[in-house]
Design a protein around this ligand. Structure first.
Ligand SMILES: [Zn+2]
Length: 375
């Protein structure tokens, strides 16, 4: 069985703009680091160059009028009514080729989905995917097209039962909303609380509606939550939910903006905590479509997703980053020379208070959500 890695240098043709925190170069750096380690040349690995999705694939979730607006915005010029669709200066800028970029990264997600659903392999990783905030007719939080939703919809059409686990620092609101009223998809989002971070949703009492009641799970963490509390919550809730739901495929959004030195968020995880969670997900997932996500410290992104790929493939990594990679990476301001770094205790450690708050949330999920999924 092979594992697939999807990528294309064509991503580098696009740019959100000089002041935007989402830098496309992070994809190239991640690909470069994985390649320098030799992890794309293993017999167990299949490298798949990304192919664009078709417009009709996007229409499976997004409205026709919104897709028409995105196609116009693809020219890169300001448009009068773009504001009504979430586009414009700020989070979701209009830049040349934004629709083409969306077709590319959604194409990679669909290729990953088909690879796994066809039984060609057990795991596929699209580092460019995971744009979990996009809504049916609105861009949001750097996301124009919701590739996780489109990928999950294709899995459903192929008769698969899907659990979605989202470990980005931001709530996976677009994905939750798309499947809020169905019991065919279990969505679980671990994120910084909406009290302190965009998009301001994802509270534990958002549990789904109608048939979907109990199939949306939210674990909102207070700012400064560290590895210990985060991993404890995961262990208390996620394995039992996933085992009860019995998915055919697990889709994950692996945002790495949860780290203590991410410039946009306030969680305090380390790369070691991330690695522990990845190993747990691997044990839970019969088949696994892994998507990227947030992450605004590009050195963290490259190192963490390389580590993720190593976990997926069961490889132990040399701690020293390859010399050939470092020479390139330094041009983009990446100074770290080692893969993992130890995190000292934060001077503002609020572990005790955070643990108490999360004990309350875990108790709520166990009382309210778990019995519904267990049936
Ligand atoms: Zn995020």
């Amino acid at each position: 069985m092979k594992n697939a890695f999807l990528y294309t240098d064509a991503y580098l043709d696009y740019d959100y703009g000089p002041t935007h925190p989402l830098r496309i170069i992070r994809l190239k750096l991640t690909y470069g680091l994985i390649k320098s380690y030799g992890f794309l040349d293993l017999p167990s690995v299949q490298f798949i160059p990304t192919i664009k999705a078709e417009e009709k694939d996007l229409a499976a979730f997004h409205s026709e009028e919104y897709l028409n607006i995105l196609k116009q915005a693809n020219e890169g010029y300001p448009m009068g009514d773009a504001y009504f669709y979430g586009l414009g200066p700020g989070d979701n800028p209009i830049f040349p080729g934004l629709f083409n970029l969306s077709l590319l990264l959604t194409g990679a997600t669909l290729q990953a989905v088909d690879f796994v659903a066809d039984g060609k392999g057990e795991i596929a990783f699209n580092i460019a995917g995971g744009l979990h905030h996009a809504m049916r007719a609105r861009a949001s939080g750097f996301c124009y097209i919701n590739d996780p939703v489109i990928g999950i919809m294709r899995l459903l059409n192929r008769g698969k039962r899907v659990a979605y686990i989202d470990i980005d620092a931001h709530h996976g609101d677009g994905v939750q909303k798309a499947f809020y009223e169905t019991n065919q998809v279990l969505t679980i989002s671990l994120h910084e609380s909406g009290h302190t971070l965009f998009p301001g949703t994802g509270f534990e009492y958002e549990i789904g509606e109608g048939k979907g009641e109990g199939y949306s799970v939210n674990l909102p963490f207070p700012p400064h939550t560290e590895d210990e509390v985060y991993v404890w919550v995961f262990d208390e809730v996620v394995p039992e939910l996933v085992h009860a739901f019995k998915p055919d495929v697990v889709v994950t959004q692996l945002g790495v903006d949860t780290f203590y030195d991410d410039p946009l968020t306030n969680l305090h995880l380390s790369i070691l905590g991330f690695e522990r969670i990845l190993k747990k997900i691997k044990n839970l997932a019969p088949r696994w479509v892994a998507l990227g996500g947030g992450g605004y410290n590009i050195s963290n992104v490259a190192r963490a997703w390389t580590l993720a790929w190593a976990v997926m493939n069961g490889i132990e990594l040399n701690e020293k980053l390859p010399e050939s990679f470092l020479k390139e990476a330094v041009k983009f301001g990446m100074e770290e020379k080692e893969l993992r770094e130890q995190l000292g205790t934060s001077p503002h450690s609020q572990n005790k208070e955070n643990r108490m708050e999360m004990e309350r949330v875990v108790h709520y999920i166990k009382e309210t959500v778990l019995p519904r999924v267990k049936g």
